[in-house]
Design a protein around this ligand. Sequence first.
Ligand code: ATP
Length: 444
Amino acid sequence: MSKKLIQIGMDDIDSPVGGCTTHFASIIVEKLSQWIVEWTDYPNLIRLNPGIPYRTRGNGAVSLRFLADTDDLESIIPMVDRLIHDYVKEDYPNTNPGVVFLEGKIPKQVKHLSELALWRVVPIELAERVIETCKIPHYASGNGRGLIGALSAVANTLREDYTYEYIAYRSLKDCKHDRGIDGNSVIAMDKKMGDQVFSNVDPSTNRILIEPHGPDPVLFGIRGETAESVLEASQQVKSRQNIERWMVFRSNQGTGEHLKHDVEIKNLRPYMAAVVKGRVESEPRMIVGGHCIFSIIDRGDRIDCAAYEPSGEFREIVMKLRMGDLVRAHAGVRPASRTHGLTLNLEGLEVVELAKTSIFSNPLCPQCGKRMKSAGKEKGYKCVKCGYRDTEISRTERPLARDLLTGLYLPPVRAQRHLTRPLARSGKTNRNIPYGLISKWHNF
Ligand code: ATP
């Protein structure tokens, strides 16, 4: 019988005992692997617009791609439906699961929605319309919002750039307890693996970034450049809790895929992820809580930019901005509130051009060397020491030395979004879908 490419997208699959979409995906992969399917790709972990308010954690959705017999889909769909029911439990309100099943080529309407979901808010109605027009078999419950992420994940084939994440899961009964990750083993692993892995340790504080802090089944996750390297890295991490299952994902994490759009201030909308170019219009100030605020202007429109307290030393860079500096703000748009207008929450800052700022001071007296005083409007300067007066002499201008260089600045790794392209990945691009999968990319 001829084989067909089947692609499944899924999102918003949480459970009362703390489950999550990637964990659920690993259960489906286990079931499908017992079936006769031929995996054409690693499961894809697709992060979507990080500013979306409904997200539980990092706004991640998952897609699976494999070859199966043409009539297998008829049995796969009810199997996935059944597994979701068992996983999320009836009436659990905090989850709106969505799963889509595609055979063959991905329709262009789905591609379009998927691109939007990286940086805009996609209405549920659009997802429903696309599903109806393209006649996509699907499963949805709750308010159906999960369909947005499901469609977005299935259509993002990660052709421009991608990374990998190895995720280890603990058993659901362990989720209430401490993971017991051995920090020293993580630091040693990070050193040994070098630039093959990224964003696993925050270098300025040595804080371990591989473990989440909620009661979910993820024990730890390791991000890196190849499937082999994340797997090798995982074997060096020690934890008190046991690994019940693990799987390697291909992902858009660390690629900056959400920040591909330059948007003028007048076109910004709440929750957009955008790059906004403008000149600094008010100098940065630190407000209560340790947040740093300044404003930029483009074509007469102005907007506040905020670097919040958790962005740590990044704020020191922001505080060095001066009026007239040209910047590109990498940001998520925070909606207006009663007290603030639309605000750019900074995820990064590109200093494009430094304004020529100068210090002006009164001239020195040519007779005695003392600094002169103004003699009044348009009356020149006078010296209070020797009495010398001069109507021709003018203020001296000294260019201000700037303690800031042009270039891209990011918050420390501990404060970065999953999608942020960290400095460790600058200049790195993984293109083309990998040819063949490593022999062991999950433990089932
Ligand atoms: P989990 O790890 O459990 O999957 P999460 O942080 O990924 O948690 P979800 O519980 O999946 O968050 O909730 C995110 C919801 O937002 C999903 O229903 C998803 O379909 C939806 N969503 C994602 N991106 C967008 C977008 N750009 N516009 C509108 N809705 C979106």
